[in-house]
Design a binder for this molecule. Structure first.
Ligand code: C2E
Ligand code: MG
Ligand code: MG
Length: 633
């Protein structure tokens, strides 16, 4: 194999060797199957030219002696263009030149510089990234005389790394976005969970969560054969707080009370806001009912202290009903229902107390339900009738007025008095419809009597709290008056003292509205409530009806006598008519006469009677007292 006679020798040094390679020594290489002996120098040059690495051979002054084929292919420069200083001037960026000079200085000292990376400019303007390793060729004495730089094209690698870095960054951004989306989702879920299971106002568990807690408490109580207690609590007269102080204060109060209940919560006790002004305590693992009793007492005790809302102190009481698993209910709904029933019983007894559920309560509920259904039927089938009770001027035994009193003519039970059905009608709201029916019927009847010239001066009709509180109350009254052609001056609407005092400003407004329609108002059952005389003075009423209880116990120099006397005097001072209710005995009559209370109503004169019977009295205009059985002639 013949070695090409190319001049690899720097012109100046005229080194006869092929770049320091001993050309004489042969080495073995392969050509397919054939073993070939080739010249060592030729072999090396062939390697340099055909390998996939850039190879620069320099003298130690930085003069390029060889630029291999691969380098030429890569950069687009032929060797002749770059040998000597051409490489540095054309291919190497200017900012790398000082570094290269430094490198030759190092190599002159016999040291090998570290691997470096640099850019190269190609002939067509492209850039290449090359990683260089440098070697020294030494003579027999070990002195360096040539430098070899072997460069690997890492442009692709760098681009790939760059792309990979960018992709990694992108991935990281996506990952960050995903993480924040995940966080958002988690926050949303937590928020939704909060909304779904916690009460916004008090932050206590809500009805849904309570039901879940109760259901799992029952499951574990079944397994461990233990007992659970459920306290169902409702604030007394919370509606009044809302009505008088406004919903903002009402909400604030609920918040404070929610905080109070949350203090009862512990490992064994869960507190929840069931809705509105209803709260629940669920107590697990109770030994016996004494635990329930003491917890109820503790709650009631808490409520004896004033509650501070917006720097104002409020006293509010609570009614509690308690039911115990498994005795009072085997599932969450029955347990809740029975605790609620017990709570209603506590409420019926004026609240501020606790009652433990007992089976008889369900019986009473069923009776109530029966009445409610019956009342709906009664309205449809016209089963109500109106009785009238005369109001008498006791000086002349003259009928000056009538009070309309409803009766229920039940198809199987006969006449049912109002105290047996009015409370249920009130509770269910049916009283509004019933009351409207009464007012219309009474006005129609009065107009007939008026046309027959037997009508008395005053026709009194009882108005329930629910009717009075209705927004449309005045409109309804006005409509009935105009449709029945009732003389409004003869109509007197009776509201009880407790209704009147619920919301004094509202009461005054409604009474004034009635006044504008020429309708009078009377305060019924006066003396049974707790209204102060101050409040009474502010009410623009026409008549005061002294409650029967004052006359019942009138004995000379008794408290009742004193109170009755005072009320009569006061009413006269206020220029109000006074009607004494429930007059049964001649003694009571005499007392009233002495006090110059001129109008009375009671069994002494007449019980409430049907319209046909009262008509006879109206024709006679007078009433005659039969002292034995208090019937009239
Ligand atoms: P009230 O308005 O105070 O009516 C007087 C009640 O006292 C009537 O009872 C009457 O029968 C009774 N009473 C009158 N004089 C005597 C007496 O000398 N001795 C005794 N023991 N009782 C006497 P009643 O008719 O049973 O009505 C009870 C209550 O039911 C009424 O009390 C009133 O609050 C309510 N009520 C009656 N009718 C209606 C109505 O149409 N609408 C409304 N919302 N309530 C009504
Ligand atoms: Mg009345
Ligand atoms: Mg009364």
């Amino acid at each position: 194999m013949e070695l090409k006679k190319r001049n690899y020798i720097d012109g100046e040094t005229q080194d006869p060797t092929y770049l320091g390679i001993q050309p004489t020594k042969n080495i073995l290489t392969c050509d397919g199957e054939n073993k070939v002996l080739c010249n060592r120098a030729e072999f090396c040059i062939s390697l340099i030219d055909n390998g996939e690495l850039l190879v620069n051979i320099w003298n130690l002054d930085g003069i390029l002696l060889k630029f291999n084929n691969y380098g030429q292919r890569k950069t687009g420069y032929v060797e002749e263009e770059v040998l000597g200083k051409g490489w540095i001037n054309k291919i190497l960026p200017e900012n790398h030149i000082p570094g290269l000079n430094e490198m030759f200085n190092v190599m002159k000292g016999g040291k090998i510089p570290p691997v470096t990376e640099c850019k190269l400019y190609c002939k067509d303007g492209r850039d290449l990234d090359i990683m260089w390793s440098n070697y020294l060729m030494r003579d027999a004495k070990g002195n360096p005389y040539l430098a070899v730089s072997v460069g690997m094209d890492i442009t692709e690698l760098k681009n790939t790394t760059k792309r990979l870095t960018e992709s990694y960054k992108e991935l990281q951004t996506i990952n960050n976005k995903l993480e924040s989306a995940q966080q958002q989702l988690q926050d949303q879920l937590e928020q939704q969970n909060k909304i779904a299971y916690y009460d916004e106002l008090t932050s206590l568990p809500n009805r849904s969560l309570l039901l879940q807690q109760l259901s799992s408490a029952i499951t574990s109580a079944k397994l461990t054969d233990s007992k659970i207690a459920l306290l169902f609590m409702d604030l007394d007269n919370f509606k009044d707080v809302n009505d008088t102080l406004g919903h903002n204060n009402g909400d604030e109060l609920l918040k404070v009370i929610g905080g109070l209940f949350s203090k009862f919560a512990s490992y064994n006790v869960a507190a929840a806001r069931f809705g509105g002004d209803e709260f629940v305590l669920l107590i697990k693992n109770i030994e016996d009912k004494s635990v329930v009793v003491s917890l109820c007492n503790e709650v009631i005790e808490q409520f004896k202290k004033p509650v501070c809302v917006n720097n104002r102190e409020f006293y509010i009481s609570i009614s509690i009903g308690a039911a115990i698993y498994p005795k009072d209910g085997q599932d969450e709904y029955t347990l809740l229902k029975n605790a609620d029933i017990a709570m209603y019983n506590a409420k019926e007894q004026i609240g501020n107390r606790f009652i433990l559920f007992d089976d008889k309560m369900n019986q009473r509920i069923l009776e109530k339900l029966d009445i409610e259904n019956g009342l709906r039927r009664a309205l449809k089938n016209n089963e109500f009738i109106i009785f009238y009770q005369p109001q008498v001027n006791i000086n002349y035994n003259k009928i000056v007025g009538l009070e309309a009193l409803i009766r229920w003519n039940h198809p199987t039970q006969g006449l049912i008095p109002p105290f047996k059905f009015i409370p249920v009608a009130e509770e269910t709201g049916l009283i509004v419809e019933i009351g409207e029916w009464v007012l219309r019927k009474v006005c129609e009847q009065f107009v007939i009597w008026e046309n027959n010239r037997i009508a008395p001066k005053r026709m009194s009709v009882n108005i329930s709290a629910k009717q009075f509180e209705q927004n449309e109350f005045i409109d309804i009254v006005e409509k009935i008056i105009s449709e029945t052609k009732m003389n409004p001056k003869c109509l007197e609407l009776e509201i009880t003292e407790s209704i009147a005092m619920k919301n004094l400003d509202y009461t005054i407004k409604v009474i004034n509205d009635l006044k504008r329609l020429n309708i009078n108002t009377s305060l019924d059952d006066f003396g049974t409530g707790f209204s102060s005389l101050n409040y009474l003075m502010r009410l623009p009423i026409n008549t005061l009806k002294i409650d029967k209880s004052f006359l019942d116990n009138i004995v000379l120099n008794s408290n009742e006598e004193l109170i009755a006397k005072t009320i009569i005097k006061l009413a006269k001072k206020m220029k109000l008519d006074v009607v004494a209710e429930g007059v049964e005995t001649p003694d009571q009559l005499n007392f009233l006469k002495k006090q110059k209370c001129n109008i009375a109503q009671g069994y002494l004169f007449s019980k409430p009677i049907p319209s046909k019977e009262v008509e006879d009295m109206l024709i006679a205009k007078r009433i005659f007292i039969c002292r034995d059985d208090f019937t009239y002639i």
